[in-house]
Design a protein around this ligand. Sequence first.
Ligand code: PLP
Length: 379
Amino acid sequence: MEQKSTINFGAGPAKLPQSVLLQAQKELLSYNSLGISVLEMSHRSSDFSKILNKTESLMRELLNIPDNYKVMFLQGGGSGQFSAVPLNLIGLKEDRCADYLVTGTWSAKAAKEAEKYGKVNIVHPKLNSYTSECTILCRLSSRNSRPSSWTLNPSASYVYYCCNETVHGVEYNFIPETNGVVLVSDMSSNFLSRPVDVSKFGLIFAGAQKNVGCAGVTVVIVREDLLGHALKECPIVLDYKVQAESNSLYNTPPCFSIYIMCLVLEWIKNNGGSIAMENLNNQKSSLIYDIINNSDGFYVCPVDQPCRSRMNIPFRLKTEEGDEALEKQFLDGAAKRGMISLKGHRSVGGIRASLYNAVTLEDTEALATYMKEFKKQHM
Ligand code: PLP
């Protein structure tokens, strides 16, 4: 079978493991010798039930999810969860207020959406720059996982944060301490990239299209006692209790996306699980950060070192503001070598290398080699 020569460093939808694509291709016309595709299969059929159950059990195994948590596969993306979280959880306490940590574009959007349904308290002083001031939030040891500048509200219904800010490349390397208040995390862009202690969370959600599959399905892992508190205006498809009780089958789920996720989870398991993913992701990101750090200012990563993301590495050329003409040259040269989707998010510009689970060490080495050569030519 022909190998792909393009290396996709896109931020999502992102690269899928080659073996997953090949298996999906093989099974596209006839899944399990049934003579029909998963695309054509009833979501109530026993064959789809098996796919759904297998996906859930792999997820439970890979993340060691405790029995008192439900796992759901929903539609609406991460953005749908920006609404679903407050619709389901802000009514947990009478005050209808929630604490938000805002460390980038995605948590800012989530906080704005939550304001429709209750009071939102931004826990920390306003950051003028997500990248250079994120240290205020993230430079903490595991023993001190709550800085003194945070003002958590003990009567908040939940505390919300985005574990990895995809646009700005800011990642938490600790779990915030909330003094018993329910903790909610958007893990869309670092889900299953390392082990996580699910028991510390009330709810975790993640869109699949970066680390665990393709667009269309969002995983929601929620502690059982948090079900049944939805506001009355909550759309029924976003109601966690309804979806949990119907095993994500209240309405037609994104069947094919769930099937692809199942294949990716199997691939993660066969490749050593979340610990192996963590080792690989540390290795890959260190390779690129080492080049940035040792480039005598040719490559500039605006993010403070303690909260640099292992998943999304944004950088500029020559200065923090970047040199747009040179950056275009960098991107064009990369494309000529088959390395695509390295352009930074439109809101920040520059370059961004996304190194999700399916990006291999060899892919990353190819980028590292190119970065070294480009620097030699243009320093
Ligand atoms: N949260 C994070 C961390 C993201 O990176 C994204 C999208 O890239 C979203 C949420 C929004 O996801 P969606 O486009 O599926 O709504």
